[in-house]
Design a protein around this ligand. Structure first.
Ligand SMILES: *[C@@H]1O[C@H](CO)[C@@H](O)[C@H](O)[C@H]1NC(C)=O
Ligand SMILES: *[C@@H]1O[C@H](CO)[C@@H](O)[C@H](O)[C@H]1NC(C)=O
Ligand SMILES: *[C@@H]1O[C@H](CO)[C@@H](O)[C@H](O)[C@H]1NC(C)=O
Ligand SMILES: *[C@@H]1O[C@H](CO)[C@@H](O)[C@H](O)[C@H]1NC(C)=O
Length: 508
């Protein structure tokens, strides 16, 4: 077949190597090209072009390596367009570039290290854009502080607190770009009612109460595999709380059971095992809910919180042979939880009960007993009260099952309510800190559990992250091998471990 079409193709094939022409939307001189209304960045230019100007371009995005075929380019003016997006490698290959302008576009952010390989850039014009001065632009502030490239003044268009500020006047310290994430680290296929962590002989342990399986199960941290692995099971028919306490280099485990009484075990060597050494008086403790340990004037105590009508929360003291019954607090109130704290050197207990608002007991030195001190709020039906400190100021978090949980601040006279947090079936709350970050985890049976982060500016907790756990009953933070791991006992689902990961929002 030999039609006219074939002749034309053949003619092209044998033509001398063609020099690229000036693109249709541009006008060119010997060394410069000026392009208006261009639909895309032209693929080729005549040789010898060292200056390229682009105005009123019809595109909003410049892809990576768009100019990589123009390594002789010295002047690049991408001005008065509507460019919104640049790739990190947009200017790759522009080894000879000395002048760059992106002025009067619609840029809000610039990808990190955008100017990194422009080694001999002397002038950069970024004026006439609407920069958003957040973590994504921190690198630019950093770069402008160090570079020898001259950059005429540019301003922040947002966010509100930076509006109108000169970017040159900002410092990297103006940006708070460190955030965090609680990521699932491990899940354990058992349900649990309590979780406690402890160190013993330089090893890190956690212990869970598993009423359904009938054990207190001890896990030990494996430094090689970076996991908790099963270590020992204490058979316990209906364990509701397993509380470790190390006294005088000896490990004891107080095991509270719903049925069959509560017991104290001691860890013995050769063979390694927990041996039951003591029973807890079942006439006082009938329906244990929680155990707390603490030290007063050098003596070790533990308190078993009793939730039955006829029982009462009871204190036991260690006296070198065993634990001796020390004091029973008020009967009849169906107690849920106890928290030990010291205010101005005075030991105190905060007791939460089903049938009355939380009350404070204070230690009487001469009597060596706790005595009723005060009532905290009028709120009834409080599940748990826990204290925490932020910069030497004492706070309480108080959780209620339905309605509102509360944050209270100690003002040297009394506790003042400063914040309410919605409770959706909240049995457990846990204040904890990682580095300088103060968190609060509020469990929920009817919704996601929620982590709040303390905000220094407002002196309040702000919602931080939601975690999906079923019927959480207790939490514990373990810091080991540079990892911060949050463990959550779940009564109706899998027991969970989350890792606290630090995230730098300016890094991408
Ligand atoms: C800026 O110029 C000075 C002096 O010529 C030089 O010592 C320095 O390394 C340059 N800085 C950068 C980041 O190029
Ligand atoms: C403890 O009990 C659990 C569940 O029955 C079992 O999987 C685990 O192997 C036991 N651990 C030890 C150290 O016996
Ligand atoms: C600690 O243990 C040692 C050795 O078993 C014993 O002599 C001492 O009385 C113990 N101290 C306390 C406070 O129990
Ligand atoms: C401690 O108890 C004694 C005897 O009941 C009492 O006289 C004393 O006032 C109490 N001390 C304090 C600080 O409450």
């Amino acid at each position: 077949p030999d039609g006219p079409l074939d002749g034309r193709i053949g003619g092209c094939l044998f033509a001398a190597p063609k020099t690229p022409r000036c693109p249709a939307t541009c006008s060119c001189t010997k060394d410069s090209a000026f392009c208006v209304d261009t639909k895309a960045i032209p693929k080729s230019f005549p040789p010898g072009i060292i200056s390229l100007t682009m105005v009123n371009a019809a595109f909003t995005e410049i892809p990576e390596g768009a100019f990589s075929h123009m390594h002789l380019l010295q002047f690049l003016f991408i001005e008065n367009n509507d460019i919104q997006t640049l790739s990190k490698h947009t200017f790759r290959g522009l080894k000879s570039l000395t002048h760059l302008s992106l002025s009067n576009n619609n840029l809000q952010v610039l990808p990190r290290d955008l100017f990194k390989h422009l080694d001999i850039l002397t002038d950069l014009d970024l004026r006439g854009n609407s920069f958003r001065c957040d973590c994504k632009i921190k690198w630019l502030v950093d770069w402008m502080e160090k570079t020898n490239t001259s950059v005429p003044a540019i301003y922040c268009a947002s966010p509100f607190e930076f509006q109108g500020r000169r970017i040159h006047d900002l410092t990297p310290r103006d940006f708070n770009c460190i955030s965090a994430d609680f990521a699932v680290y491990e899940t354990y296929s058992f349900q649990s009612l309590s979780v406690e962590s402890y160190e013993f002989n330089d090893d890190q342990y956690v212990v869970f109460a598993q009423p359904n399986t009938g054990i207190c199960t001890v896990f030990i941290w494996d430094h090689v595999n970076m996991l908790f692995k099963t270590h020992y099971n204490i058979t316990s028919r209906s364990a509701v709380y397993c509380k470790p306490v190390v006294i005088n280099n000896t490990l004891y485990m107080v095991v509270a059971q719903l049925f069959g009484g509560s017991h104290i075990y001691k860890w013995e060597e050769g063979p390694l095992r927990f041996v039951k050494i003591q029973d807890i008086d079942t006439t006082r403790v009938r329906k244990p809910n929680f155990i707390e340990t603490f030290q007063i004037e050098g003596d070790w105590y533990f308190a078993v919180v009793d939730g039955s009508k006829a029982g009462s929360t009871s204190l036991y003291r260690w006296n070198s042979n065993g634990f001796y019954s020390h004091q029973s607090l008020h009967p009849w109130h169906r107690d849920n939880h106890i928290d030990f704290l010291e205010v101005d050197g005075k030991p105190r207990l905060i007791l939460s009960s089903a049938s009355q608002p939380p009350v404070v007991y204070q230690w009487n030195h001469s009597q060596r007993q706790f005595a009723y001190h005060s009532q905290i709020t009028d709120s009834g039906d409080v599940q748990m009260v826990k204290h925490f400190w932020v910069r030497k100021v004492l706070y309480l978090c108080l959780t209620r099952f339905i309605g509102d949980s509360k944050i209270l601040r100690w003002d040297n006279q009394r506790f003042v309510e400063i914040q309410t947090l919605p409770s959706r079936g909240s049995m457990a709350v846990h204040p904890f800190s990682v580095g300088v970050r103060q968190y609060l985890l509020l469990g929920s049976d009817y919704s996601f559990s929620r982590i709040y982060l303390w905000d220094e500016l407002t002196q309040r907790f702000q919602p931080f992250q939601e975690l999906n756990m079923l019927a959480p009953r207790g939490f514990s933070l373990v810091s080991v091998d540079n990892k911060d791991i949050l463990l959550a006992a779940s009564f109706k689902g899998k027991t969970m471990a989350y890792q606290h990961l630090v995230v730098d929002l300016s890094a991408k």
